[in-house]
Design a protein around this ligand. Structure first.
Ligand SMILES: Nc1ncnc2c1ncn2[C@@H]1O[C@H](COP(=O)(O)OP(=O)(O)O)[C@@H](O)[C@H]1O
Ligand SMILES: [Mg+2]
Length: 309
């Protein structure tokens, strides 16, 4: 097919919008729903902690949850059932309040004293009928704060939960766990905890291969690209380490080149190039996993398995 920039643009947008609801993704969404649905009937709101390394899909999960509970414009103003804010550095109590205020669209969210912000925050949470607050990038608190500051901010969150009656979902890198260790009182309010791991093809090949199959089917090409043929799952695993961001970066770039060439599917050549230009610097592997014959890849995998034993 001839190269048509408009068509390529439309198809790439489609590819970027592909979302996969794998079983753990659905299970975590169900837990988030529990926080929302059960909290009004409980004496204390039901809160949750979600951790995972960078690029495993935490923010995507939050976006999906927000889409399930969208903002509504009513005659009385905007209702925001699920409010998401992100923790900014450096993390202070005033900064935390400002981030939440800002997420509700409050003008001059960083104006005034901490107490002024707190009152404004409580008022706006009510006015926007917020039913759940999600705080992303929660590891920032642990990574850069002193013990004293971590305890103070943890305490402020605990008070917010108590006074508003609204459940919080904290989301961040695995180091975010430490906040709950610093604050046993906060920990008690977070019985739901989930860790989002990378896909591990060595231990659970079926999960990763399902992901490959799903993506292949979702791609707008005329022919299947054969992601699960022969040693391709192994190659994808080596290239991405099972990390979602690395995987979609690779697929998006390879799709772009394929579409620009008028291709009917993603070819190995495009995977080789995309890995080389976008992933190799970060992965620092001994070779490009899309190069080499099947027996070389099988030896590579055997060595990996050997190392893990
Ligand atoms: N469920 C999913 N379906 C499709 N792509 C996903 C999914 N989860 C993550 N991704 C891809 O991985 C990228 C990184 O995910 P992100 O949610 O930003 O990770 P994190 O917040 O954990 O760092 C996203 O931009 C998206 O391309
Ligand atoms: Mg994120």
């Amino acid at each position: 097919m001839k190269y048509d920039p408009k068509r390529v643009h439309v198809l790439l947008k489609k590819i970027a919008a592909i979302r996969i609801r794998y079983p753990l993704f659905i299970a975590i969404l169900a837990d988030m729903d529990r926080c929302l649905a059960e909290s009004p009937d409980l004496r204390e709101p039901l809160c949750m902690l979600i951790t995972g390394d960078t690029g495993v899909g935490k923010s995507t999960l939050i976006d999906t949850f927000k889409q399930l509970h969208p903002k509504q414009n009513t005659v009385e103003g905007t209702e925001i059932p699920v409010l998401e804010a992100s923790l900014q550095l450096p993390v202070t109590i005033g900064g935390l309040f400002s981030s939440i205020l800002d997420a509700m669209g409050a003008p001059y969210a960083d104006r005034g004293t901490v107490e002024f912000k707190r009152r404004r925050l409580m008022e706006l949470l009510k006015r926007c009928r917020v039913q759940l607050v999600i705080l992303d990038e929660f590891q920032h608190l642990v990574e850069r704060g002193t013990r004293q500051r971590i305890e103070a901010v943890a305490d402020a969150i605990k008070s917010l939960i108590n006074h508003s009656g609204i459940p919080f979902i904290l989301v961040g890198m695995p180091t975010a766990h430490a906040v709950l260790e610093y604050s046993p009182q906060l920990a008690g309010r977070f019985p739901l905890r989930r860790d989002l791991p990378s896909f591990n093809w060595l231990e659970r090949p079926a999960d990763f291969e399902r992901l490959l199959t799903f993506f292949e089917q979702a791609l707008p090409f005329e022919k299947p690209s054969g992601f699960c043929d022969d040693t391709l799952p192994a190659r994808f695993y080596l290239a991405t380490g099972g990390n979602f961001r690395a995987f979609t970066t690779l697929i998006y770039d390879a799709s772009r080149t394929a579409l620009m060439r008028g291709g009917v599917r993603i070819e190995r050549e495009q995977l080789i190039r995309s890995y080389h230009s976008l992933l190799s610097a970060n992965r620092k592997l001994r070779a490009n996993p899309f190069l080499g014959d099947d027996s070389a890849i099988e030896r590579w995998i055997d060595q990996l398995r050997g190392k893990r034993q």
